[in-house]
Design a protein around this ligand. Structure first.
Ligand SMILES: N[C@@H](CCC(=O)N[C@@H](CS)C(=O)NCC(=O)O)C(=O)O
Length: 224
């Protein structure tokens, strides 16, 4: 479908990255053939020269499309949308210009804010059984503040029925649901509508394909 070659998506070998998830789901939604290659972050494999040449940034995800390579998940998602646009391929963003801008706002926001929540409710709790992880500790005051902010912001964009943010699915749904899943999977109380939104999005086949991918039984954190 891509013509000369299949696409390659580099992800972490623990399959626990919200950013790789976003690109993986985008590729699946567009029904593009692609291969996932994993990078062992706990062995610092992201610093290997070959991988730095591919990614520039020594981080996952990175996409390889023939001679072109790209990292940063939001750039990858935008690239896929522009190179394989609707209607031939499923859209990743809403058709309406304001809704599209709002989707990008949400995507930029979940990547740049709520750091205490991302640290205290790390993505491993979403993708791994909890018995192999450090026990879930009560949120710090900063973590609690981030949780309240997430609930407030999500409450402004998630519709009353907990359905998609913009009438039909977009990649911003996956990104926001990923953030909310940090709370779902650690049993934090959540408004019903936000829980329904996060749970429904998690059942989407493209998301399930990532969450059910074979991953190591035991999580190993990235070496920094
Ligand atoms: N803003 C980046 C974030 C990517 C990121 O944080 N990747 C992490 C894994 S979740 C990583 O590669 N960590 C290893 C490192 O930075 O050395 C994106 O959206 O792609």
């Amino acid at each position: 479908m891509t013509g000369r070659h299949d696409l390659v998506l580099y992800g972490n070998d623990m399959w626990s990255s919200p950013y790789v998830l976003s690109c993986f789901v985008a590729l699946r939604e567009k029904q593009l053939p692609f291969t996932v290659r994993t990078v062992a972050l706990h062995e610092r494999a992201q610093r290997a020269e070959d991988y730095v040449r591919t990614s520039f940034t020594a981080r996952v995800p990175a996409l390889v499309d023939g001679d072109f390579t790209l990292s940063e998940s939001s750039a990858i998602v935008e690239y896929l949308e522009e190179k394989w646009p609707a209607p031939e391929h499923a859209p990743l963003f809403p058709p309406n210009v304001e809704a599209r801008a709002r989707a990008r706002q949400i995507m930029a926001w979940v990547r740049s804010d709520l750091l205490p929540l991302r640290e205290e409710r790390s993505a491993e709790y979403v993708f791994f059984p909890h018995d192999g992880l450090r026990p879930v500790a009560p949120l710090s005051p900063r973590g609690r503040g981030a949780l309240e902010k997430l609930i407030d912001v999500a409450g402004r964009v998630v519709p009353p029925d907990g359905g998609p943010l913009f009438g039909a699915w977009s990649i911003a749904d996956t990104d926001l649901a990923m953030m909310l899943q940090r709370l779902v999977k650690t049993n934090e109380p959540l408004p019903d509508r936000l829980r329904a939104f996060a749970e429904r999005e998690w059942l989407r086949p493209s998301v399930q394909a990532y969450t059910n991918a074979p991953r190591p039984a035991q999580h190993r954190p990235a070496a920094t």
